[in-house]
Ligand binder design. Structure first.
Ligand SMILES: [Zn+2]
Length: 179
């Protein structure tokens, strides 16, 4: 095998790998596997949410930690974070760019909330292999919680992870065919 071919194959493999581990795909697959159905990149909704779950009246945004300034404070007290390392070169440019992105995200979510949509933001760093399943379980839990609240079913507690009673309620929700 010549060098070019080997390089090309490497590039192809890398492309496939990066496509497979794309954060949106992880969320899509994880939620699909858990029985949730959704639409992608809804063009008519503000911010073109990555996933839209009509039954749950919920939009999901899967955010890259750098571009969306994870742990960055919009009021500028925190310009940098472990998740969003602003380059030293053109520092001011990047700080204002990330801030604008965050302001836009906030505005889009405000508009969606006005239209009656719930928004869930999932961060790239929460989808690392060690945290992935926990994150996906937590999204599933939140979606079921939203559904129950919208349908006037009182959950017994507000804990972030399912308790026994909540699992029973979730099972009831899962059996319910109402859309
Ligand atoms: Zn992050």
């Amino acid at each position: 095998m010549d060098k070019l071919t080997a390089q090309k194959r490497h590039d192809n493999m890398a492309a496939i790998r990066s496509k497979d581990t794309k954060p949106e795909l992880i969320v899509r697959r994880g939620l699909w596997k858990r029985g949730f159905r959704y639409r992608l990149n809804h063009k008519r909704l503000p911010g073109h949410p990555d996933l839209v779950l009509r039954k749950y009246r919920t939009c999901i945004f899967v955010n890259g930690c750098f571009w969306h300034g994870h742990y960055v404070d919009i009021q500028s007290t925190i310009e940098n974070s472990a998740c969003c390392k602003i380059p030293k070169t053109n520092h001011e440019f990047w700080v204002s760019k990330i801030k604008r992105n965050k302001e836009r995200d906030r505005e889009e979510q405000r508009l969606l909330a006005e239209m009656g949509w719930h928004c869930i933001t999932v961060w790239e760093c929460e989808l690392k292999p060690q945290k992935r399943e926990e994150t996906l379980d937590s999204i599933a839990f939140t979606l079921n919680h939203i559904w129950m609240q919208d349908h006037g079913i009182k959950a017994k507690n507000n804990k972030p992870y399912p308790h026994k009673e909540d699992r029973e309620l979730q099972a009831m929700v899962a059996e319910d065919k109402v859309d």
